[in-house]
Design a protein around this ligand. Structure first.
Ligand SMILES: [Zn+2]
Length: 494
C-alpha cells in the first residue's frame, strides 16, 4: 500500500488490488484526504460516501437512474439475497457469469461493490451468534449463517470488497467482559476463514479485497484479535470496517495506511463531520433514505452561508415537503442545487406527488438528497485541503439545528425487513391501514347523504333497477355457459 501520494503506477498493480493513497493527513485523530482506486472502477476521493442499498438498489432509485445519484460505489448486504437458503440455492448464486453480484443487481461496471453480511444499520436479531454462525434477517425471517457460508458467498459473488464477519451483539446495552472476549476470538477465526477462501481464488479470476472489522469494544479486550491480525493477516487485508468511530483512537498504527469504512451510523451531518474529524474515510449514510422516506428534502451547505441566520435561530437541515406552506411554492427543493429534481421540478409538484402517493415524489427527493450529500462531501474535502476544517465545522454546528427535522407526513409503504432498528422499537402500526372504519359522526353524515335516517332501516326496494339486472344476467350467463358445456360433453358420452 502506498502512502502520502507515492502511488505506484496503477497498471503495475494486479488488476484487482485496491489502492489507497493518503493525500493529506494531520496525524492520528485528524481529518485526512485520500484516494481509493481499483482498476476498472471510478476513483473515489475520500472522505466520501457510497450508496446504501436494499436488495442491490439505492431505495427509490432504479438502476437506470443510478447515475443521477452521483455515487461511485454501493454497499450491499448478503442478507438481502438469501431468503431461499438453506432449502434452495438463492438465485444470486445461480448466475454463471463473472461478478455475479454486479450482474444480478445490474450495477454499472465502473461502480465499486462492497459486500457485507448485514444491512446498515442492522435490524436486531433475537438469536445470539454461535462460534461458527451469525444471525441475520432475510425477507422471510431470521436465519443463522455460518462463517464458511459467508466466505463461500464472497468467493462466488466476486464483489470488489468484502467486509469480514464481526461478532457484534447489536442492540445489547451491556456486554459482559466474557462476551467481549468471545467477540474477539470469533472475529479472528471468521477473518481467517475469509482469508483462506480468498487464497482459493485462481489466478485468472478476480480477487476480492478484504476489510477487517474493528470491534466496538476497548482495545485491550480485542487485543487477541488485533495481535493476530497484525502478526499474520495484515498483508491480506485492504481496509478496516469501523463499528465505533470513537474508538479510532485505539486503531493500531500498523493499520493507519488502510482506508476506513464506517459502520457507525451517523444520525446527522454533524455526526458525519465528527467522524471525519477523527479520520474516517468512507461512509454509507442511512439518514439520506430516512429523510427521503419522511418527505424531507435535505438542505445544508458546508461551510454554512456566511450571513447569520435570522433572529439567531438555527436553520433546519432540511425542508419538510409535506408542509402546507409549500402547496403553491414553485421554487426548487433547494435554491442552489443543480440536481435533476431541482432543475426540472418545483416544491408544489413534489408535494402533490407525495399526497397522491406517487412513487416519483420519493424518487425526486432521493435524487436531490444524494446530490446534497455529494456537494457536502466535496466541500468537506476542499475544506480539509484549505486547512479550515475545524473552523468550518464550528460554523456549521452554530448555524444549523443539531438534528434532522421530524417526520410529519406519511412515508412510502415499507416491508418488515426494510425497517431500521429504531423504528422497530416504535409503538404503533408500521403501515397505516389503507381502509379504516368511519367514526359514528361520519356514518350519520354518509347515511344522510343517501337519504337514510339514523335508526331507520333502509327502504327495501321491490324493483331491481336495470343496471343491476344486466349485471346479474351477465353473471348468470357465464355460469350457465360453463354448465352447458359440461352437459354437452356428458351428453356425447352417453
Ligand atoms: Zn436538488
Amino acid at each position: 500500500m502506498a502512502q502520502n501520494g507515492s502511488t505506484p503506477n496503477l497498471s503495475q498493480l494486479p488488476p484487482e488490488m485496491l489502492d489507497f493513497a493518503i493525500l493529506k493527513s494531520g496525524g492520528a485523530l485528524a481529518p485526512r484526504l485520500g484516494r481509493l482506486s481499483l482498476q476498472g472502477r471510478k476513483t473515489i476521493l475520500t472522505p466520501a460516501f457510497i450508496g446504501n442499498t436494499s436488495r442491490g438498489v439505492i431505495p427509490h432509485i432504479s438502476q437506470d437512474n443510478y447515475r443521477k445519484c452521483g455515487v461511485d460505489g454501493v454497499y450491499i448486504p448478503l442478507e438481502d439475497f438469501i431468503e431461499k437458503y438453506p432449502n434452495k440455492t438463492p438465485p444470486v448464486f445461480q448466475l454463471e457469469t463473472p461478478e455475479p453480484l454486479r450482474a444480478f443487481t445490474a450495477l454499472p461496471n465502473d461502480s465499486l461493490v462492497v459486500l457485507g453480511p448485514r444491512r446498515n444499520p442492522p435490524i436486531l436479531t433475537p438469536n445470539g451468534h454461535t462460534n461458527t454462525e451469525i444471525s441475520l434477517l432475510t425477507s422471510v425471517g431470521f436465519k443463522m449463517v455460518s462463517s464458511e457460508y459467508y466466505a463461500a458467498a464472497a468467493r462466488k459473488l466476486q464483489p470488489d470488497i468484502v467486509v469480514g464477519l464481526a461478532d457484534i451483539p447489536f442492540g445489547k446495552e451491556k456486554v459482559s467482559i466474557k462476551r467481549k472476549d468471545k467477540m474477539s476470538d470469533r472475529t479472528e477465526v471468521w477473518l481467517r476463514d475469509i482469508i483462506a477462501k480468498q487464497n482459493t481464488v485462481e489466478a485468472n479470476e478476480r480477487k476480492f479485497n478484504i476489510f477487517a472489522p474493528m470491534l466496538p469494544i476497548e482495545r485491550d479486550l480485542q487485543s487477541w484479535y488485533l495481535e493476530h491480525l497484525l502478526d499474520d493477516m495484515v498483508d491480506k487485508i485492504s481496509g478496516v470496517a469501523i463499528y465505533d468511530a470513537y474508538l479510532l483512537d485505539d486503531l493500531p498504527d500498523e493499520l493507519h495506511h488502510l482506508p476506513r469504512l464506517s459502520f457507525h451510523d451517523p444520525a446527522s451531518p454533524q455526526d458525519v463531520l465528527r467522524q471525519i474529524g477523527m479520520g474516517m474515510d468512507l461512509f454509507t449514510i442511512p439518514f439520506i433514505t430516512t429523510a427521503t422516506d419522511a418527505g424531507i428534502a435535505l438542505s445544508f451547505t458546508f461551510p454554512p452561508p456566511s450571513e447569520k441566520p435570522q433572529d439567531d435561530v438555527r436553520q433546519a437541515l432540511g425542508v419538510d415537503m409535506w408542509h402546507a406552506d409549500l402547496a403553491q411554492s414553485v421554487t426548487p427543493l433547494s435554491e442552489d442545487c443543480a440536481c435533476y429534481a431541482c432543475t426540472k421540478h418545483h416544491r408544489a409538484y413534489i408535494q402533490h406527488l407525495l399526497s397522491a402517493k406517487e412513487m416519483l415524489g420519493w424518487v425526486l427527493i432521493q435524487i436531490h438528497n444524494h446530490a446534497v450529500l455529494n456537494t457536502f462531501f466535496s466541500s468537506i474535502r476542499a475544506s480539509i485541503e484549505r486547512g479550515t476544517f475545524d473552523a468550518d465545522v464550528a460554523a456549521f454546528t452554530a448555524f444549523y439545528e443539531p438534528q434532522l427535522p421530524e417526520k410529519t407526513g406519511q412515508g412510502p409503504r415499507v416491508r418488515g425487513y426494510q425497517f431500521n432498528s429504531n423504528e422497530l422499537a416504535r409503538e404503533g402500526r408500521k403501515n397505516p391501514k389503507a381502509y379504516k372504519k368511519f367514526d359514528e359522526e361520519k356514518i350519520v353524515q354518509l347515511r344522510a347523504a343517501h337519504g337514510q335516517l339514523v335508526g331507520k332501516k333502509p327502504e327495501v326496494r321491490d324493483v331491481i333497477d336495470d343496471e343491476a339486472l344486466v349485471g346479474l344476467v351477465g353473471m348468470g350467463n357465464e355460469d350457465v355457459d360453463v354448465r352447458l358445456e359440461g352437459l354437452e360433453i356428458e351428453d356425447t358420452k352417453t
